[in-house]
Design a protein around this ligand. Structure first.
Ligand code: NAD
Length: 342
């Protein structure tokens, strides 16, 4: 069975590691980190989802730190790589660290998936399962873009592949921090990101034949990002056609504003479903926000920043290791294993 290791076990890494553990066609051979965080201790503990998974230290310093923090370290990541015991690493270290780690992965001939905090140039391609799975087959270095980019690519692709998109204007209200991050803010302000924000250029690394511009603000919430889009389609389309395009798109769901008038109500839905950590892997399009005027369509959508990239990472692994060459088989398998609605 192909052997996969997750390097960096924080918000994203712990979820990806858990998702890999749920697959029956790949093996989570270990996780690696440099710091004995409470997150790492929790997930590896007898109560955590990674109980029994081997822990490696990503650096010599990290080994000392992990052991000092009371964690049992199986060895150094570099020694494991030297023995050629890993086929692929999912690098979920903080933005910029992955690019430095790439040299190590290259030296030991191990494939790697990078996350959205890295520049697009870190990898051979930027991945979305529906858009370009085939291109990732057998690739050595692939990047899964950020949570926002992943969400935007899913809905824009739905419209582009069914109706055609010329241009998208994207306004993002970004969550200030992940729920556990008590030191980040703002807590009583709206802050502006430089214009244009990096999101539209990032979307264009996947959807190469549309035009887009994005502006972002950061708001005091931790639950999810909210996007407002205005898209110029290639031709006029009916509201029904647009809703059908979203309806058909995997990992996109339509929610009624009357039942779900806020991000908190949407997140509550996934708490009620008893999803692990209330993870919403799907992008929620607010159905009654969708409005069409000639060739223009506008809507609200909600992205759970901690979760939507997780299924894309699992599919990227399958493509790169040639575990499955049919993208729909991979997508369906990942969706089923994570309980994704559609
Ligand atoms: P995080 O800070 O929650 O976790 C990072 C983990 O990496 C920590 O456990 C840290 O100890 C470990 N680490 C740090 N340096 C390391 C090294 N040299 N070697 C091994 N481990 C190291 O970060 P995160 O939020 O999970 O982000 C990881 C990546 O995912 C980033 O590229 C980020 O941009 C991207 N991402 C984050 C989110 C989000 O909302 N948090 C969403 C999508 C993508």
């Amino acid at each position: 069975m192909p052997r996969v290791l997750v390097n960096g076990v924080g918000t994203i890494g712990k979820r990806i590691a858990h998702a890999i553990k749920l697959q029956d066609d790949m093996e989570l051979i270990g996780v690696a980190d440099i710091a004995p965080t409470s997150v790492l201790k929790n997930v590896l503990s007898e109560f955590g989802p990674l109980n029994g998974v081997d822990l490696y230290a990503s650096t010599e310093e990290g080994k000392k730190s992990l052991e000092k923090g009371g964690l049992k370290v199986k060895g150094l990541l570099k020694d494991l790589l030297e023995k050629r015991e890993v086929d692929l690493i999912v690098d979920a270290t903080p933005g910029g660290v992955g690019a430095k780690n790439k040299e190590i992965y290259r030296r030991y001939g191990v494939k790697a998936v990078f996350q959205g905090g890295e520049e697009a140039e870190v990898a051979d391609m930027t991945f979305n399962a529906v858009v370009n799975y085939e291109e990732a087959i057998g690739k050595d270095f692939v990047r899964v873009p950020s949570c926002n980019t992943t969400g935007l690519v899913r809905t824009l692709h739905a419209l582009h592949s069914n109706i055609g998109v010329n241009y998208a204007f994207i306004a993002l209200a970004r969550r200030a921090a992940d729920p556990w991050e008590y030191k980040k803010g703002p807590i009583n302000a709206v802050s502006f990101s430089s214009v244009p924000s990096h999101h539209a250029p990032d979307v264009l690394t996947v959807l190469k034949d549309i035009k887009a511009f994005s502006m972002a603000i950061v708001i005091p919430t931790t639950l999810a990002h909210t996007h407002i889009l205005e898209v110029e389609m290639k031709r006029e389309a009916s509201l029904e056609e647009v809703l059908n395009a979203f309806e058909k798109q995997t990992r996109v769901i339509l929610l009624d504003m009357k039942e779900y008038p806020s991000t908190s109500m949407i997140i509550e839905k996934f708490r009620d479903y008893c999803r692990s950590r209330y993870d919403m892997y799907e992008i929620a399009v607010i159905k009654d926000s969708v409005n069409v005027e000639g060739r223009r369509v506008r809507w609200f959508q909600v992205v759970h920043q901690e979760a939507d990239v997780v299924p894309e990472n699992v599919d990227a692994i399958r493509a790169m290791l040639k575990i499955e060459e049919d993208k729909w088989k991979s997508i369906e398998k990942t969706n089923r294993s994570l309980g994704i609605i559609k």
